[in-house]
Design a protein around this ligand. Structure first.
Ligand code: S3P
Length: 424
């Protein structure tokens, strides 16, 4: 994929559905009684992997353009899959489904692509084992493929060493099959879509500070779900609109849940002109975002804000390279175990463009404002790295080419056409 410098960005864009919320809607709809209708579902490869896994466990899921119907069979209605569940590239599918599988009365195996087979699964194997589940890494390396023999589970209070919504959600979902109230405390609050949506389906989840608790054996009922636009997908356009001179764009229907909105806070810290319009507050909050070109300056990003923008840090690293002054990113060691080692891959590729960037163990230090030039970018098949560099390509001199650019299909199949619909 080749990207050329843009003169300006203008117009408006409806941001595709949120990936985290789309996964959960299919999962919880499968465990509910009756039909769940999902509108604005994200048809990215990751969410399609979740659909395929639940179909293999006997759930009828209809997919007509833009709308998904999940015919749920209740909490105890899944069937043993006759083949290995393929999670593709999706960490969310792997970790959340493992919590559900741990409570079933059958044995299952799941695996995915080369990246997923390197991602750490001990973080879910540990709490699930404490609950009495039998979960093993078939290669003995703490990664997928995983074999899960479902059991009657015990309730625990799990103190998670990582702020991870995937770990928290895994334990809460297993908690539906436990013998008492299951609690998870995390060091810093991570995204809370599981808590919000499980309650909407009829479960009893309470949250206090960084502890979430769930009562076992809930009756879940099919619901209608309108998936808000994904702020993680909006992030590329927020950055492009701010950085490309003379731009003004409107991003419609973006989810602004406070556990996800760190990108807005950081952009404003950097001097961004962003206006929220048409805000809604019921369920998952949303707004239209009006973005105007702004002169950005460096900032420090650390501590409790990190989980609220964890997937946006590749884009923030690119923004920092084009901003004046120094940006320091700390406490983001989780970036090393995402779809790629995002600290290493961002540093390597930004350097190829001429950026002054230093890799640290838990982040990056970026001295911005240098003139950057086109380069051959290798995103290591990581969708978010590819999209971040596509934005860099709108700004630098010369052509920027992205190896395996189609990897954006994981979370945003229409990314390049949406980008070119705004760029001149
Ligand atoms: C996700 C949680 C985050 C995020 C991922 C989606 C989710 O991972 O990086 O893209 O849907 O729960 P962690 O919670 O493991 O940080």
């Amino acid at each position: 994929m080749e990207i050329k410098k843009a003169k300006k960005l203008s117009g408006s864009l409806a941001i595709p559905g949120d990936k985290s919320i789309s996964h959960r809607a299919v999962m919880f709809g499968s465990l509910a009684e009756g039909t769940t209708k999902i509108t604005n579902f994200l048809e990215g490869a990751d969410c399609l992997s979740t659909i395929s896994c639940f179909r293999k466990m006997g759930i009828n899921i209809e997919n007509t353009e833009g709308e998904i119907l999940v015919h749920g069979k209740g909490l105890h209605g899944l069937c043993a899959p006759s083949e290995t569940l393929d999670v593709g590239n999706s960490g969310t599918t792997t970790r959340l489904i493992s919590g559900i599988l741990a409570g079933q009365d059958f044995v299952s195996e799941l695996t995915g692509d080369a990246s997923i087979q390197k991602r750490p699964m001990k973080r879910i194997m540990t709490p699930l084992s404490q609950m009495g589940a039998d979960i093993i890494s078939l290669n003995g390396n703490g990664c997928a493929p995983l074999k899960i023999s479902g059991k009657k589970l015990h309730a625990i209070h799990y103190n998670s060493p990582v702020a991870s919504a995937q770990v928290k959600s895994c334990v809460l979902l297993a908690g539906m099959y436990a013998d008492g109230i299951t609690r998870v405390t995390e060091p810093v609050l991570s995204r809370n879509h599981t808590e919000i949506m499980l309650n909407y389906f009829g479960a009893n989840v309470t949250a206090e500070g960084t502890t979430a608790s769930i009562k076992p054996d809930p009756s879940l009922y099919g619901r209608e779900i309108l998936v808000p636009g994904d702020i993680s997908s909006a992030a590329y356009f927020i950055a492009a609109g701010l950085l490309v001179p003379n731009s003004e764009i409107l991003l419609k229907n973006v989810g602004i849940n406070p556990t996800r909105d760190g990108i807005l806070r950081v952009c404003r810290d950097m001097g961004a002109d962003i206006t929220l319009l048409n805000e809604t507050t019921e369920g998952e909050p949303t707004a239209d975002l009006l973005i105007r070109s702004s002169a950005l300056h460096g900032t420090t990003i650390e501590g409790a804000i990190i989980p609220t923008l964890i997937d946006e840090l590749p884009m923030i690293a690119v923004m920092a390279a084009f901003a004046e002054g120094t940006t320091v990113i700390r406490d983001a060691q989780e970036l090393r175990v995402k779809e790629s080692d995002r600290i290493q891959v961002m540093t390597e590729n930004l350097r190829k463009m001429g950026a002054d960037i230093q890799e640290t163990e838990d982040g990056m230090i970026i001295h911005g404002g240098k003139a950057l030039h086109g380069a051959e970018i290798d995103p290591h098949l990581d969708h978010r790295v590819a999209m971040s560099f596509a934005v860099a390509g709108l700004l630098c001199e010369g052509t920027l080419s992205i190896k395996n650019g189609e990897c954006v299909n994981i979370s945003y199949p229409e990314f390049y056409s949406d980008l070119y619909s705004l760029a001149e």
